[in-house]
Design a protein around this ligand. Structure first.
Ligand code: ADP
Ligand code: MG
Length: 621
């Protein structure tokens, strides 16, 4: 809630709107107890008194009634009617929209066609027709204004609901045996509520105007009762001779509608999750860098990560996701990075190209050298040119990295053309070649498929093709085969292997599966709680794991044809990176841990290329 208010008030105009409308609301609430003239008492002797005359601060109208009193009572009435109309329209419209969107099919069709029919009438004409049928009066004006706004809400909410109704969490709720009412109330409603509030906050001003419009025409509040619209209507004949009678309610309508709209915009920005992560606290184009102290020296590797520290600053907490990681790859080399979920592998990978979202991510120390150039301190334009061109990524979930509405050929061509100036037909030919390279059968026709027309394995190949589009020097693959079945995984691994042989590609391969590492990687680095705890050539590490954690990880891999064996598991859970223990982070789960392990930081020691961060390693390194 405080976060929400903070977000709203960060927008100056919204804050101004909030102050004005709060003041007006307070005045409206206090009106009955304020010492004022009766708004409806006429005094023909005092007709058309100018503002600031005795006893009448804002003057009087054509019947000698006190304008200030009428204004405040009128405001009260207009606000009440406008807000009530907005609430009724929102509640009715949202119910209709949710029912239509959730049940779909014929119900949806019938409901939406009725809504469409209502929408086909011009707004004000429809309102006039309703009032004409019901008879003039404030209550009927309220009903009319609410009714003409129902289709707007219904259409909006139906659209959102249709999008949500097919989602997995609704299916899960259905599978769990929940009834329709419960699903609508507990699964759908919380998701559409922000949209309802947004739609309401941006339309309530408009509804106050519409009510005023009906009253202006004499169809809303009836004399002597004042609302802002009827005050304007009565002042119409004296507009030239006594302008103050129309200026006073006019200014009030302006203030109300303006402040509500400004506040509404602010509320919409703060509530809309897309805007919240986009427009208001827009993630920077590159990760925030806040390094102190001297930079580590560059090495002569193709890509080297040196003492990298990446943290997340969330409120008062600091999550040390990556705490001093050094890794390096040479051309044609494949480095495996392994560790349990949450050990900082992805954050390390994303830090290389400044792709960690900031806020909350901050790179607090270290450097990443690509061909001798530090990428961490590089300007956005430098990074942008290298992203996807020299250093490319493959992510775990190909369905979420491909755009669902574009054909894969289009997306591949786009990847090529964002770094190279090539005409469309050449980009297409290259895209087909790339699909062939990643062994997609019938590449010539597959290129015009949409992502949803492909299987998971094929989509992942498209992801790899996209990473290869500009013939990069380094590919960082973050669990690219985790979502795939074993046979497809084997094909993709051998594909990557061929590519690095043929093209001299350097690969950083992130996984949590030692079996995959054994197939593909020359060297392996084991990560735990944001640090490297062991590294070395794959075979050496597999043959003689030195860190107890590595040993456990290897023991977790099942082996075919080895007879029945109880698979090992690692007791306990990885630590929270916002509260790391002093000394070895693995100590609480380690069968060998002693007091010494918990006293101070433990260095990564060993003879190159082997190293281990353990005081009591399983094997000397
Ligand atoms: P993995 O090794 O599974 O790829 P990650 O690199 O994604 O792990 O995450 C490393 C740590 O960083 C985790 O403990 C995670 O909780 C933390 N983390 C990641 N993103 C954020 C974030 N936006 N805010 C706070 N902590 C985060
Ligand atoms: Mg990850």
């Amino acid at each position: 809630m405080t976060l929400f208010l903070n977000l709203v008030f960060r927008n100056r105009l919204a804050a101004m709107g909030a102050v004005v409308i709060t003041a007006i609301l307070l005045l409206a609430l206090l009106t009955p107890i304020l010492p004022m003239h009766d708004p409806d008492v006429t005094a023909t002797a005092d007709r058309f008194k100018r503002p600031f005359s005795d006893g009448h601060i804002l003057g009087t109208d054509h019947l000698g009634r006190d304008l200030l009193s009428r204004l405040l009572h009128g405001t009260r009435l207009s606000l009440a009617v406008g807000i009530a109309a907005a609430l009724i329209a929102a509640a009715t419209g949202a119910t209709i929209g949710i029912v239509a969107g959730y049940f779909g099919g014929r119900i949806d069709n019938v409901i939406m066609r009725v809504v469409d029919m209502l929408m086909a009438f011009p707004y004000i004409l429809l309102a006039l027709a309703i009032v004409a049928a019901l008879g003039p009066g404030l209550m009927n004006a309220l009903i009319a204004v609410a009714a003409v706004n129902v289709p707007f809400f219904a259409r909006n909410i139906r659209g959102i609901t249709v999008g949500l109704a097919g989602r997995e969490f609704i299916e899960a709720a259905t599978l769990a045996g929940m009834g329709h009412t419960k699903i609508i109330l507990t699964e759908l409603l919380p998701n559409v509520l922000p949209v309802i509030v947004i739609a309401m906050s941006t339309t309530v001003g408009w509804m106050i105007l519409e009510t005023a419009g009906l009253s202006f025409l004499g169809l809303g509040s009836q004399p002597p009762q004042a609302d802002l619209g009827s005050m304007l209507g009565e002042a119409r004949s004296a507009m030239i001779s006594h302008p103050h009678t129309s200026v006073v309610p006019g200014i009030m309508i302006f203030l109300i509608v303006m402040s509500i709209n400004l506040l509404g915009d602010g509320v919409r920005d703060a509530l809309d999750p897309r805007l919240r992560s986009g427009a208001l606290s827009r993630p920077r184009a590159t990760t925030l860098v806040d390094r102190k102290g001297p930079l580590p020296a560059p090495t002569n590797d193709l890509l080297s990560i040196r003492d990298l520290e990446t943290q997340f600053h969330v409120g008062a907490r600091t999550y040390k996701a990556v705490g001093g990681v050094s890794l390096a790859v040479k051309p044609g080399e494949c480095l495996g990075v392994i560790g349990e979920s949450g050990s900082g592998k992805s954050v390390t990978a994303l830090s290389v190209m400044g792709l960690v979202a900031s806020p909350p991510g901050v790179i607090t120390s270290g450097a990443v050298y690509f061909q001798g150039e530090d990428l961490i301190g590089a300007a956005y334009e430098t990074l942008r040119k290298k992203r996807g061109d020299r250093v490319a990524y493959i992510f775990q979930d190909p369905l979420s990295t491909l755009h669902p509405l574009y054909r894969v050929g289009h997306q591949l061509a786009e990847a090529i053309q964002s770094h190279q100036k090539v005409p469309n037909h050449k980009a297409r030919a290259r895209a087909i070649q790339l699909l062939k390279d990643v062994r997609i059968p019938n590449a010539d026709s597959r290129i015009d498929d949409y992502p949803h027309e492909m299987s998971g394995g094929m989509r992942q190949r498209v992801g790899i093709a996209m990473a290869l589009a500009n013939d990069p020097d380094v590919i960082i693959a973050d669990e690219p085969t985790t979502a795939l079945d074993v046979t497809v995984q084997a094909q993709i691994l051998s594909l990557l292997n061929d590519l690095r042989r043929d093209r001299g590609l350097a690969i950083i391969f992130i996984t949590h599966d030692f079996g995959v590492i054994a197939q593909l990687c020359d060297r392996v680095a084991v990560m735990y709680a944001g640090r490297i705890v062991e590294e070395g050539p794959t075979q050496a590490v597999l043959d003689a794991p030195a860190h107890p954690y590595t040993k456990h990880l290897i023991a977790c891999v099942p082996e075919l044809g080895q007879g029945r064996r109880v698979l090992a598991t690692i007791p306990g859970l990885p630590p929270m990176v916002d509260d790391l223990p002093l000394g070895c982070a693995f100590a609480p789960r380690c069968y060998k841990a002693q007091d010494k392990c918990r006293e101070r930081e433990i260095q990564l020691l060993g003879t190159k290329p082997r190293a281990v961060r353990c005081l009591f390693p399983e094997e000397p390194v």
